[in-house]
Structure formats: C-alpha cells, structure tokens
Design a protein around this ligand. Structure first.
Ligand SMILES: [Zn+2]
Length: 150
C-alpha cells in the first residue's frame, strides 16, 4: 500500500475531505469530498493539494455563467440619465423607483423625465398596460374628459 498523506478534514476552497475513497489506476489516493454546494465528489488528492480542483465543478460553472452574463447583458455604453442634479445609470434609477429597467425605459420614451423618474412602481398590475389604465382612472375621477391619444 503506497504511502500518502491523510487529507481527512482538510478544506480546499469549496471542498471538504470527508474520507479516503480509493486509489486511482495510477496508485494515487482519491478522496470522498463534500462541496460547499452540497454535492459529493471523488477527487484526486493531488488535484486538491495543487489547487487544480477547488470544487465539484460548480465553481467553474459559476465563473462560466458569470462571464457569459457579463458579455451579453452589459450594454456597450450604459445609459446615463440626469435628473434633479444627479446622473445615474438607467439601472440605478430603476432600483430607486422600483420600476423594472424595461418599463422605465418605456416610460422615458413616452413620459416626461420628471414623471418617469418620480413615479414609483405600482404594487400590482391590472390589464396589459397599467399606465394607461391609471391615466384613464385619474381622468374619470377628476370628471375631466379629453381625447386620449393612441
Ligand atoms: Zn459544488
């Protein structure tokens, strides 16, 4: 039986060594590990001690997902909007108003800057276009009638 270091209880980034598993075809010790994500994996001890393997594979997947998300979602030029002396990205205004970036973008295209950035998200939606419904209701309540544009 080849000599090898007992790694039981050691932690390698996301992997915690639970117990010795077996020897690989090449006589290298393999270990039963538990990953932070909850997965159980058998890993070559040398892969962990050398830092080549730091998770069950979830770390690599997360990095890959993060990279592709960054590539697809970050626009080449973030849209900056200045209102009331403050310049912020559309995303920041979206967080502030609670309105989704898509809806905020829609509002900015159709409403005044002030109205778009000071009208908070309504807690619920009615109908296909809540903004139009809101307008119609407000107009009716005031007893004012006027032709609503398309
Ligand atoms: Zn994992």
């Amino acid at each position: 039986m080849p000599r090898f270091r007992d790694l039981t209880g050691d932690r390698y980034t996301r992997l915690v060594v639970i117990e010795f598993a077996d020897f690989s075809r090449h006589g290298k010790a393999r270990w039963h590990c538990e990953c932070e994500c909850g997965a159980s994996v058998i890993v070559l001890g040398a892969s962990m001690t050398s830092g080549r393997q730091v998770s069950c594979g979830c770390y690599r997947r997360e990095v890959a997902a993060e990279t592709s998300r960054t590539r697809t979602l970050v626009p080449p030029e973030p849209r900056l909007i200045t209102y009331d002396g403050r310049t912020q990205s559309l995303a920041a205004w979206s967080r502030e108003t609670g309105v989704s970036p898509q809806l905020l973008s829609h509002r900015l295209a159709h409403w005044s800057l002030e109205r778009a950035l000071t009208t908070r998200a309504r807690p619920y939606r009615r109908g296909a276009d809540p903004d139009d419904i809101h307008e119609a209701t407000a107009t009716t309540q005031r007893g004012v009638t006027h032709g609503q544009g398309p």
